[in-house]
Design a protein around this ligand. Structure first.
Ligand code: BG6
Length: 367
C-alpha cells in the first residue's frame, strides 16, 4: 500500500519510508503500492526513498497528558541538543551555519527576519540582541505582510527566516520573493531537515528540537531563541563584540538547560496559579525590552490554548490606553527579569495595582 500526507509525522504509525515530492510534482498512487511521479513537464521522475530518522518515541506521549506538555518538558534536553557542537568555551562556531556562512556574514550590514506566529515572536526578541551585541540594524516582519510589500533592501542585508516546520506557505513565499530583491544571502533557522525552507535557503541552522507535534509551538520557540543567540554571537564576534561579554553569554547558554529544569519544576505552582484565569475572559501581558515579545508570546499561548482573549503591550505603553481597561476582572501578567528596566517596570505595575488590577509577576527570585 502507499500513503500521501503533508508531514511524515502523520504516517509514522504505518511507515518510516518516505518519498519527498518536489515543487510541482504530480504523483499517482495505485493499489498494490506502485507509485508514479511526474514533473510539471510530464516527465517521469524518480524520487529517492528516504527513511525518516525520528529517534525513538517521537510520536508517543510518554505518559504525558498531551504532546504539548511532553514537548514543554523536553526543552532542557533539546536546548542542550541545539547547543551541541556549536560552542567552544568562549565562542559560538560560525561554521555551524554552513560552509559559506563566514563569507556571507562578513557582508552583512543589516538583517531582515521574516516569520509567522510564535516564530515571529522569536525574531522580535532577536532584534534586541542583534542590535545590542552585533550592532546590526534589524527589521522583523510577519511573512504574510512582507511578501506583499514593496520592501526596500539596503546594500548588505542578510535575509533570515524562522520556521519550525519549514513549510509555512507565507514564510516560503517570502523567501522566494526575497530571492529577487538583492539580499546578500538567505539563512533558514528551522526544525525540519528535509523541509522546503531548508532546501531553498543558502544557509541553514537546524534547531534540533525533535518533532514538534503540538500545534502551539513550545520547544521549537525556545530552541529558535538559542539558535538566534548563536547567530548574534557569530555576527557579533565578526564585528568586534566585547570578548568578555561574548564569553559571559556563552557560559550562560551552557547553564540554560539546568535553569530551564528549575523553571519546569514550578509546574505545580503554575498549575495552581492558572486557576485564577479559568473564569476570566480577558488578560493583559506586559513586558519591556526583549521581554515585550515574550509578553506577546504569552498572550498568543493563552489565546490559542485556552481561548481566553489576551493581548500584550510594552509596559511603558500602559498609560496610553490599555490602563483604562484594567480592573479586578482582567488579570495582568508581567515578565520582570532583574535587568536595567526593572525599576521602570515596577512603576508600571504600581499603576495596575492602583486600579485594583490583579497582578501576576514572573520575576527573578532576587527581585
Ligand atoms: C501556526 C502555529 O500555525 O504557525 C504556530 O500554530 C507557529 O505555533 C506558526 O508559530 C508558524 O509556523 P512555523 O512552522 O513557520 O514556525
Amino acid at each position: 500500500e502507499a500513503f500521501l500526507a503533508s508531514d511524515p509525522l502523520a504516517l509514522l504509525q504505518v511507515t518510516d519510508r518516505f518519498i519527498y515530492l518536489q515543487e510541482g510534482d504530480v504523483v499517482r498512487l495505485a493499489r498494490g503500492g506502485d507509485i508514479a511521479v511526474h514533473d510539471t513537464a510530464g516527465n517521469v521522475q524518480s524520487r529517492p526513498v528516504q527513511t525518516f530518522e525520528h529517534g525513538d518515541g517521537a510520536a508517543t506521549k510518554d505518559g504525558y497528558r498531551h504532546f504539548m506538555l511532553k514537548e514543554i518538558h523536553e526543552q532542557p534536553q533539546v536546548i542542550a541538543a541545539t547547543l551541541e557542537g556549536r560552542l567552544t568555551e568562549r565562542h559560538a562556531l560560525v561554521r555551524s551555519f554552513g560552509r559559506e556562512a563566514e563569507a556571507l556574514f562578513a557582508q552583512a550590514r543589516q538583517i531582515h527576519i521574516v516569520a509567522c506566529g510564535t516564530s515571529y515572536h522569536a525574531g522580535l526578541v532577536a532584534r534586541y540582541w542583534l542590535e545590542k551585541y552585533a550592532g546590526l540594524p534589524t527589521q522583523v516582519e510577519v511573512a504574510s505582510e512582507y511578501r506583499y510589500r514593496q520592501v526596500v533592501v539596503p546594500e548588505g542585508t542578510l535575509f533570515v527566516t524562522l520556521s519550525q516546520s519549514g513549510e509555512t506557505a507565507d514564510t516560503l513565499a517570502a523567501l522566494r520573493f526575497a530571492r529577487e530583491r538583492g539580499y546578500v544571502g538567505s539563512l533558514a533557522i528551522c526544525n525540519v531537515p528535509g523541509s522546503s525552507l531548508v532546501r531553498e535557503s543558502d544557509l541553514t541552522l537546524l534547531t534540533q528540537a525533535g518533532p514538534e507535534i503540538g500545534v502551539a509551538s513550545t520547544k521549537a520557540f525556545t530552541t529558535q531563541l538559542v539558535a538566534l543567540m548563536l547567530l548574534t554571537l557569530s555576527l557579533g564576534r565578526m564585528r568586534g563584540m566585547n570578548g568578555a561579554r561574548e564569553t559571559q553569554i556563552v557560559q550562560a547558554l551552557r547553564t540554560l538547560p539546568r535553569a530551564m529544569s528549575q523553571v519546569l519544576a514550578l509546574d505545580g505552582d503554575i498549575e495552581a496559579l492558572s486557576m485564577a484565569f479559568a473564569e476570566k475572559h480577558h488578560a493583559l501581558f506586559l513586558g519591556r525590552g526583549a521581554h515585550y515579545p515574550i509578553a506577546l508570546e504569552g498572550a498568543l499561548k493563552l489565546k490559542e490554548i485556552s481561548y481566553i482573549h489576551a493581548e500584550a503591550y510594552p509596559a511603558g505603553e500602559l498609560k496610553h490606553g490599555p490602563l483604562a481597561l484594567v480592573d479586578s476582572e482582567m488579570p495582568v501578567i508581567s515578565v520582570a527579569p532583574n535587568d536595567e528596566l526593572l525599576e521602570k517596570l515596577k512603576s508600571n505595575l504600581q499603576e495596575v495595582r492602583a486600579r485594583g488590577g490583579e497582578l501576576f509577576v514572573f520575576a527573578d527570585e532576587r527581585v
